[in-house]
Design a protein around this ligand. Sequence first.
Ligand code: F6R
Length: 241
Amino acid sequence: MKVIVVKDYEEASQKAFEVMKDYLKPGKVLGLATGSTPLGLYKLMIEDHEKNGTDYKDIHTYNLDEYVGLPLNHRESYYSFMHANLFDHIGIPEENTHVPSGLGDLEENCRRYDEMIADEPVDIQLLGIGADGHIGFNEPGTPFDSGTHVTDLTEQTRKDNLRFFKDLGEEVPTQAVTMGLKTIMAARNVLLIATGENKAEAVKGLIEGPVSTECAASVLQQHPSTIVIIDEAAGKLLEKK
Ligand code: F6R
Protein backbone atom coordinates (compact mmCIF):
# COMPACT_ATOMS: atom_id res chain seq x y z
CA MET A 1 0.00 0.00 0.00
CA LYS A 2 1.45 3.34 -1.02
CA VAL A 3 0.33 6.28 1.14
CA ILE A 4 0.54 9.85 -0.15
CA VAL A 5 -0.10 12.66 2.35
CA VAL A 6 -1.18 16.03 0.93
CA LYS A 7 -2.27 19.34 2.43
CA ASP A 8 -5.98 19.41 1.72
CA TYR A 9 -8.93 18.21 -0.36
CA GLU A 10 -7.91 20.19 -3.42
CA GLU A 11 -4.44 18.72 -3.50
CA ALA A 12 -5.87 15.25 -2.88
CA SER A 13 -8.12 15.64 -5.93
CA GLN A 14 -5.15 16.83 -8.03
CA LYS A 15 -2.98 13.88 -6.98
CA ALA A 16 -5.87 11.48 -7.62
CA PHE A 17 -6.29 12.92 -11.11
CA GLU A 18 -2.58 12.38 -11.81
CA VAL A 19 -3.02 8.71 -10.91
CA MET A 20 -6.31 8.35 -12.79
CA LYS A 21 -4.95 9.99 -15.96
CA ASP A 22 -3.00 6.84 -16.84
CA TYR A 23 -6.27 4.89 -17.01
CA LEU A 24 -8.23 7.33 -19.17
CA LYS A 25 -7.44 5.33 -22.29
CA PRO A 26 -9.46 3.22 -24.72
CA GLY A 27 -10.25 -0.24 -23.38
CA LYS A 28 -9.81 0.64 -19.71
CA VAL A 29 -12.39 -0.28 -17.07
CA LEU A 30 -12.87 2.19 -14.23
CA GLY A 31 -14.49 1.37 -10.89
CA LEU A 32 -16.18 4.53 -9.65
CA ALA A 33 -17.53 5.87 -6.35
CA THR A 34 -20.10 8.45 -5.27
CA GLY A 35 -20.22 10.74 -2.20
CA SER A 36 -18.38 13.98 -1.53
CA THR A 37 -14.86 12.57 -1.83
CA PRO A 38 -14.59 12.00 -5.61
CA LEU A 39 -16.30 15.27 -6.65
CA GLY A 40 -13.01 17.21 -6.97
CA LEU A 41 -11.51 14.43 -9.09
CA TYR A 42 -14.62 14.26 -11.28
CA LYS A 43 -14.42 18.04 -11.88
CA LEU A 44 -10.83 17.62 -13.04
CA MET A 45 -11.82 14.73 -15.32
CA ILE A 46 -14.55 16.93 -16.87
CA GLU A 47 -12.11 19.84 -17.31
CA ASP A 48 -9.58 17.51 -18.92
CA HIS A 49 -12.23 16.12 -21.31
CA GLU A 50 -13.24 19.66 -22.30
CA LYS A 51 -9.70 21.02 -22.67
CA ASN A 52 -7.79 18.03 -23.97
CA GLY A 53 -10.54 16.02 -25.60
CA THR A 54 -9.87 12.88 -23.54
CA ASP A 55 -12.13 10.32 -25.17
CA TYR A 56 -14.41 8.10 -23.09
CA LYS A 57 -16.09 6.26 -25.97
CA ASP A 58 -14.11 3.09 -25.32
CA ILE A 59 -13.90 3.33 -21.54
CA HIS A 60 -16.26 1.26 -19.39
CA THR A 61 -17.27 2.04 -15.81
CA TYR A 62 -18.68 0.10 -12.87
CA ASN A 63 -19.97 1.92 -9.81
CA LEU A 64 -19.59 0.57 -6.32
CA ASP A 65 -23.10 0.85 -5.02
CA GLU A 66 -26.68 2.08 -5.14
CA TYR A 67 -29.45 2.63 -2.62
CA VAL A 68 -32.25 0.06 -2.57
CA GLY A 69 -35.66 1.34 -3.61
CA LEU A 70 -34.82 4.75 -5.12
CA PRO A 71 -36.11 5.27 -8.66
CA LEU A 72 -33.27 5.97 -11.14
CA ASN A 73 -34.42 9.57 -11.58
CA HIS A 74 -34.43 10.29 -7.82
CA ARG A 75 -32.00 13.15 -7.22
CA GLU A 76 -30.05 11.12 -4.66
CA SER A 77 -29.86 7.82 -6.52
CA TYR A 78 -26.26 7.04 -7.33
CA TYR A 79 -27.36 6.63 -10.94
CA SER A 80 -28.46 10.31 -10.96
CA PHE A 81 -25.37 11.37 -9.03
CA MET A 82 -23.05 9.82 -11.60
CA HIS A 83 -24.91 11.38 -14.50
CA ALA A 84 -25.03 14.83 -12.89
CA ASN A 85 -21.43 14.85 -11.70
CA LEU A 86 -19.57 12.97 -14.42
CA PHE A 87 -21.25 10.90 -17.14
CA ASP A 88 -23.30 13.73 -18.71
CA HIS A 89 -20.15 15.84 -19.16
CA ILE A 90 -17.56 13.47 -20.64
CA GLY A 91 -19.31 11.99 -23.68
CA ILE A 92 -19.33 8.43 -22.35
CA PRO A 93 -21.96 6.22 -24.01
CA GLU A 94 -24.71 5.23 -21.56
CA GLU A 95 -24.20 1.54 -22.37
CA ASN A 96 -20.58 1.75 -21.19
CA THR A 97 -21.63 2.83 -17.69
CA HIS A 98 -22.87 0.47 -15.00
CA VAL A 99 -24.41 1.34 -11.65
CA PRO A 100 -25.80 -1.58 -9.64
CA SER A 101 -29.58 -1.66 -9.64
CA GLY A 102 -31.42 -1.30 -6.34
CA LEU A 103 -34.75 -2.12 -7.97
CA GLY A 104 -36.43 -5.37 -9.01
CA ASP A 105 -34.85 -8.77 -8.35
CA LEU A 106 -31.92 -7.72 -6.18
CA GLU A 107 -30.32 -11.17 -5.84
CA GLU A 108 -30.32 -11.58 -9.60
CA ASN A 109 -28.98 -8.03 -10.11
CA CYS A 110 -26.08 -8.76 -7.74
CA ARG A 111 -25.23 -12.07 -9.42
CA ARG A 112 -25.29 -10.45 -12.86
CA TYR A 113 -23.15 -7.50 -11.69
CA ASP A 114 -20.39 -9.80 -10.46
CA GLU A 115 -20.58 -11.78 -13.68
CA MET A 116 -20.15 -8.63 -15.77
CA ILE A 117 -17.18 -7.49 -13.66
CA ALA A 118 -15.58 -10.93 -13.91
CA ASP A 119 -15.89 -10.62 -17.70
CA GLU A 120 -14.17 -7.24 -17.83
CA PRO A 121 -12.01 -6.79 -14.73
CA VAL A 122 -11.69 -3.32 -13.24
CA ASP A 123 -8.34 -1.67 -14.01
CA ILE A 124 -8.59 0.92 -11.27
CA GLN A 125 -11.16 1.07 -8.48
CA LEU A 126 -11.72 4.48 -6.94
CA LEU A 127 -12.81 4.45 -3.28
CA GLY A 128 -13.80 6.84 -0.52
CA ILE A 129 -14.00 5.58 3.05
CA GLY A 130 -16.79 5.83 5.63
CA ALA A 131 -16.16 7.10 9.15
CA ASP A 132 -16.71 3.49 10.28
CA GLY A 133 -14.13 2.18 7.79
CA HIS A 134 -16.61 1.02 5.15
CA ILE A 135 -15.63 0.87 1.49
CA GLY A 136 -18.50 0.65 -0.93
CA PHE A 137 -21.22 -0.05 1.62
CA ASN A 138 -19.32 -2.90 3.21
CA GLU A 139 -20.09 -2.04 6.79
CA PRO A 140 -18.16 -3.44 9.80
CA GLY A 141 -18.53 -7.21 9.98
CA THR A 142 -18.88 -7.78 6.21
CA PRO A 143 -16.99 -10.98 5.28
CA PHE A 144 -13.88 -10.49 3.15
CA ASP A 145 -15.12 -13.08 0.64
CA SER A 146 -18.37 -11.21 -0.13
CA GLY A 147 -19.46 -10.58 -3.70
CA THR A 148 -21.97 -7.90 -4.72
CA HIS A 149 -24.80 -8.08 -2.20
CA VAL A 150 -27.65 -6.28 -0.46
CA THR A 151 -26.68 -4.71 2.86
CA ASP A 152 -28.34 -2.87 5.73
CA LEU A 153 -26.85 0.58 6.24
CA THR A 154 -25.66 1.33 9.77
CA GLU A 155 -27.17 4.20 11.76
CA GLN A 156 -23.81 5.99 11.50
CA THR A 157 -23.80 5.78 7.69
CA ARG A 158 -27.44 6.89 7.47
CA LYS A 159 -26.63 9.83 9.77
CA ASP A 160 -23.57 10.74 7.67
CA ASN A 161 -25.64 10.70 4.46
CA LEU A 162 -28.62 12.61 5.85
CA ARG A 163 -27.06 15.81 4.49
CA PHE A 164 -28.04 14.71 0.98
CA PHE A 165 -31.70 13.91 1.78
CA LYS A 166 -32.56 16.54 4.42
CA ASP A 167 -33.73 19.29 2.07
CA LEU A 168 -36.01 16.80 0.29
CA GLY A 169 -37.63 16.02 3.64
CA GLU A 170 -36.79 12.35 3.09
CA GLU A 171 -35.11 9.65 5.14
CA VAL A 172 -31.89 7.97 4.01
CA PRO A 173 -32.77 4.53 2.59
CA THR A 174 -32.09 1.65 5.00
CA GLN A 175 -30.46 -0.69 2.48
CA ALA A 176 -28.05 -0.59 -0.44
CA VAL A 177 -26.63 -2.89 -3.09
CA THR A 178 -22.84 -2.85 -2.95
CA MET A 179 -19.88 -4.52 -4.60
CA GLY A 180 -18.51 -6.90 -1.98
CA LEU A 181 -15.00 -6.86 -0.54
CA LYS A 182 -14.00 -9.74 -2.82
CA THR A 183 -15.32 -7.79 -5.82
CA ILE A 184 -13.31 -4.71 -4.79
CA MET A 185 -10.16 -6.73 -4.06
CA ALA A 186 -10.33 -8.22 -7.57
CA ALA A 187 -9.63 -4.79 -9.11
CA ARG A 188 -6.13 -4.63 -10.59
CA ASN A 189 -5.40 -1.31 -8.88
CA VAL A 190 -7.13 0.62 -6.10
CA LEU A 191 -7.09 4.36 -5.46
CA LEU A 192 -8.58 5.43 -2.12
CA ILE A 193 -9.00 9.09 -1.15
CA ALA A 194 -9.74 10.23 2.40
CA THR A 195 -9.83 13.81 3.63
CA GLY A 196 -10.98 15.55 6.80
CA GLU A 197 -10.68 14.86 10.49
CA ASN A 198 -13.84 12.75 10.65
CA LYS A 199 -12.04 10.10 8.58
CA ALA A 200 -8.95 9.96 10.85
CA GLU A 201 -10.00 6.89 12.82
CA ALA A 202 -11.04 4.99 9.70
CA VAL A 203 -7.73 5.92 8.03
CA LYS A 204 -5.79 4.63 11.04
CA GLY A 205 -7.67 1.32 10.78
CA LEU A 206 -7.09 1.20 7.03
CA ILE A 207 -3.33 1.77 7.21
CA GLU A 208 -2.12 0.74 10.66
CA GLY A 209 -4.92 -1.34 12.13
CA PRO A 210 -5.13 -5.11 12.20
CA VAL A 211 -6.66 -6.64 9.06
CA SER A 212 -10.10 -7.22 10.49
CA THR A 213 -13.71 -7.15 9.32
CA GLU A 214 -14.26 -4.53 12.06
CA CYS A 215 -12.64 -2.04 9.66
CA ALA A 216 -13.62 -3.28 6.21
CA ALA A 217 -11.05 -1.05 4.48
CA SER A 218 -8.19 -2.79 6.33
CA VAL A 219 -8.50 -5.66 3.83
CA LEU A 220 -6.73 -3.33 1.36
CA GLN A 221 -3.49 -3.97 3.28
CA GLN A 222 -3.57 -7.32 1.42
CA HIS A 223 -4.18 -5.78 -2.02
CA PRO A 224 -1.11 -5.89 -4.31
CA SER A 225 -1.54 -2.40 -5.82
CA THR A 226 -3.28 0.21 -3.69
CA ILE A 227 -2.58 3.93 -3.52
CA VAL A 228 -4.09 5.85 -0.60
CA ILE A 229 -4.22 9.65 -0.81
CA ILE A 230 -4.99 11.40 2.48
CA ASP A 231 -4.84 14.95 3.71
CA GLU A 232 -3.12 15.94 6.94
CA ALA A 233 -6.37 15.99 8.92
CA ALA A 234 -7.33 12.45 7.88
CA GLY A 235 -3.81 11.27 8.74
CA LYS A 236 -3.62 12.87 12.15
CA LEU A 237 -3.92 9.61 14.14
CA LEU A 238 -1.25 7.76 12.17
CA GLU A 239 1.82 6.80 14.19
CA LYS A 240 4.22 6.61 11.26
CA LYS A 241 4.34 10.03 9.65
C1 F6R B 1 -19.82 5.72 -2.27
C2 F6R B 1 -19.32 4.73 -1.32
C3 F6R B 1 -19.00 5.08 0.09
C4 F6R B 1 -18.34 6.45 0.27
C5 F6R B 1 -18.09 6.74 1.74
C6 F6R B 1 -17.50 8.12 1.95
O1 F6R B 1 -20.04 5.14 -3.53
O2 F6R B 1 -19.20 3.61 -1.68
O3 F6R B 1 -18.16 4.08 0.62
O4 F6R B 1 -17.15 6.47 -0.45
O5 F6R B 1 -19.30 6.64 2.45
O6 F6R B 1 -18.45 9.07 1.58
P1 F6R B 1 -18.06 10.62 1.41
O7 F6R B 1 -17.13 10.67 0.25
O8 F6R B 1 -19.36 11.32 1.12
O9 F6R B 1 -17.42 11.03 2.68
